[in-house]
Design a protein around this ligand. Structure first.
Ligand SMILES: [Zn+2]
Ligand SMILES: [Zn+2]
Length: 176
């Protein structure tokens, strides 16, 4: 969705409130495609602040289809944030101030491009099905929240092997 800002730039004090919908149904974060299960339309406020500046503010609510970081259980994760951006007419005409360029197409504001970036900025830092999720066994893949599997999970982790060696050397010293 593109919003032409020419009108707003031309009239000082002008304020427009517009309902916008983030068009894409998925977001790519660190090369991983994440589906959006729900998204609310956002009321975007565009105000001419004078001196060739437009303030863009609003609030966004959406729900992402993610998996628990530890046990990989599918989860719906709500994401909610306020956004604020200031677009300057100067930035549009001077390529050196490249900040505006990724979401502006001439004087047209690319809502999807802008909001897509805001979603990434407000990305959930950690996704856990519950605070004390035990994760899955590295050997057999069992969900450890459902009980222990009895695997010896020291073997596949080389860092643990090093610690074991140090432990053995310490013990050998003791025996001497
Ligand atoms: Zn989990
Ligand atoms: Zn196991």
């Amino acid at each position: 969705m593109l919003i032409n800002l020419t009108d707003i730039f031309q009239s000082e004090q002008k304020i427009i409130e517009q309902e916008v919908l983030f068009t894409p149904d998925e977001v790519v974060s660190f090369g991983e495609t994440v589906q959006i299960v729900r998204k609310e339309p956002s009321i975007m406020k565009l105000s001419n602040e004078g001196k060739g500046k437009i303030a863009v503010t609003g609030h966004m609510d959406l729900t992402l289809a993610m998996v628990c970081d530890r046990c990989l259980k599918p989860m719906e994760v709500p994401v909610s944030f306020d956004y604020e951006e200031h677009i300057t007419e100067d930035g549009l005409t001077n390529p050196e101030d490249a900040d505006e360029f990724f979401y502006m197409d001439g004087f047209k504001f690319d809502v999807d491009q802008y909001l897509g970036n805001e979603i990434l900025i407000n990305w959930p830092p950690k996704v856990l099905c519950k605070d004390d999720c035990k994760g899955i066994c590295k050997v057999c893949g069992k969900d450890l929240n459902l009980g222990e599997c009895g695997c010896d999970d020291f073997v596949p982790d080389p860092r643990m092997a090093v610690i074991k060696d140090i432990f053995n050397i310490a013990n050998a010293d003791k025996e001497v």
